[in-house]
Design a protein around this ligand. Sequence first.
Ligand SMILES: *[C@@H]1O[C@H](CO)[C@@H](O)[C@H](O)[C@H]1NC(C)=O
Ligand SMILES: *[C@@H]1O[C@H](CO)[C@@H](O)[C@H](O)[C@H]1NC(C)=O
Ligand SMILES: *[C@@H]1O[C@H](CO)[C@@H](O)[C@H](O)[C@H]1NC(C)=O
Length: 499
Amino acid sequence: MLLGALVLLAAVATSVSGDIQRPFATETHSAGFMEHLVPEVDSTVSLASITSEETFTALSHPRFPNHSVRIKKSTFCDPTVSVYTGYLDVDAGAKHLFFYFFESRRDPAKDDIMMWINGGPGCSSGLGLLFELGPCRIDMTKTSSNGTNWNPYSWNKEANIFFLDQPVGVGYSYADFGETVETTEEAARNVHAFITIFFETFKQFAGRPLHLAGESYGGRYLPVFASEIYDQNEIAKVEGRSTLNLQSIMIGNGITDISTLYEGRYQIECGTAALDVPFQHISTCVRMKSALPRCQALMRDSCIDRFDHMNCGAAVAFCDSEMTTAYWASGRNVYDVSMVCDDQDLCYPDENAVADFLNLPSIREMLGAESPGNFSVCSNTVSRNFVSHLDKWAHHTQHYVAALLERGIRVLIYAGTYDYQCNWIANKLWVDKLEWSGQSAYAKQQWRDWVVDGHHAGATKKSGALTFATVIGAGHMVPHDKPAEAQALVSRWLAKQDI
Ligand SMILES: *[C@@H]1O[C@H](CO)[C@@H](O)[C@H](O)[C@H]1NC(C)=O
Ligand SMILES: *[C@@H]1O[C@H](CO)[C@@H](O)[C@H](O)[C@H]1NC(C)=O
Ligand SMILES: *[C@@H]1O[C@H](CO)[C@@H](O)[C@H](O)[C@H]1NC(C)=O
C-alpha cells in the first residue's frame, strides 16, 4: 500500500503511543543463558531446538551488542510446517521489530530463504501475510473455526519465509518510548542486523540463498536494504567473517524512481495501459496532459537534479493536485482501476478483518505480540514521519538497483496491470531508462508472453540479472488478485528459470 494508506488510515487507530513498556530481557534470561545459546564457533543451535510456545528464547551476537532476537514456536496459520514468531530488539532493547517465520512446505533444510516486507511506509507485513501471499488467508466467510483458511498458493510452498513488521511503529513492532524510524537508511541497519543474527545463530541457514521481496514502498526499501547487506558482506569478507548469500530482490508494484510516477498514472487513467477504453473524462485528461510537463520540470529542478526540501515539497504538491485529484474524485480503487470503491477509505473489507483478527487477545498471545495499544494495518505516524522527510522524493533509489545489478544481484520487477498507485507503466519507464551496463542489451530484448496453467499471465522481458514482468488483470496486491500466477512467478524466479 502506498499513499492511499494515508486515506485508509483515517479509519484505523494508530497503535503507536508514548506508553512506556517493560524493558526487554530483564526478567527471564540471564546473560549467561544467552552466551550459552550463541557460541562463537561451531554452533550446534538449530531452529528445531526452539520448542516453547509460551516463552521466548533470547539470542545475541557479539558483533551486534545493541541488538538481540527473541523467538518462540507457534501454531499460527500453517499446521503443515514449523512456525516461529518473535522480536528483534534494537538499541539495547528500546525498539522491537516483530517477525513471523514459516518453514518451507517443500524442504525447509534446503530451500531458499525469503523475507517479505510490506510498504506504506507504515503498513504491516501482517497484511501481506493474511491478505496476499502468506500460508493462510483471513477468512471473510466466517466459516473457519480459527479465523483463517490455508492458502495453497503461499510463497512458503518452496521457500522459508519471514514476514517482518518494520520499521518500529508498524504492526506489532514498537519502541518503548514511542520513537519511530523515519528514514529507509536507518531501517536498513536494523534489517541487516536481524538477518545476520538469525543466520549466524541458526547455522543450518549459513550460506543459504537469501531473497528480499516486497511491494509498493518496498520498491524503495528493498534496494536500500539489499545494498546494506551487500556492503556489509564486503566488510565481513575483509575481516574474515561469514557473509549472507544475498541472491535477489523482488519488487511488486513498487515506487523506486519517482521521475516516471505521474507519467505512468496519466497513461493508466487517460490511455489504454490498463483498460481498453480510458475511463477519465476527456476534458480532465487534456488538463492533466497540459500540467504534466510543468509537474515533471518542477520535480526535476527541485527533487531530482538537486534536492531542495521546501521546493520539492511544493513540486510534489503541485503534481498531486494537478495529476491525481481527478482519479480520487472518480471513485475508483487506487489499487485496482477495474474496481469502483463505495467507500474510498476501505476498498478491501479484508483489511479491517485483518486488523480485528490481529487485535484478538488470543491471537496476540499465540504470537507473543507485545506492542502497546491496538494493532493497525498501517501506521499513520510512521507514514507521516517518512513523508515529512520526503524520504521517497529525496533519494534516487534506482541507483541502488543499478548498483546491485552491476554486482550480479538478480532483480525482478513485477507489476499488476490494474494498479494506479505504483503502476506498471511507471515501472516499465524507469526500468527502460535505468543506467547500468546492461541497459542497451535489455532494450534489445523482445517482450514475451508468460503462461500459467495454459493461461496468458502477462508479458515479460529479461536481460542478464534484470527481469521485468507484468501480471495481467492484477491490481497493486498481485498475490491477492492472482494467487496462482504470483506463486508461479516466484517459483520460477527462485529456480532461476525464465518467467
Ligand atoms: C551501542 O549503543 C551504545 C549506546 O547508544 C553506543 O554508544 C554504541 O556505539 C553502540 N554499539 C554499536 C556496536 O553500535
Ligand atoms: C484453520 O481452519 C482451516 C479451515 O477449517 C484449516 O484449513 C486450517 O488448517 C486451520 N489452521 C490452523 C492453523 O489450524
Ligand atoms: C482499542 O480498540 C478498542 C476496541 O475497538 C477500543 O475500545 C480501545 O479504546 C482501543 N485502544 C486504543 C489504545 O486505541
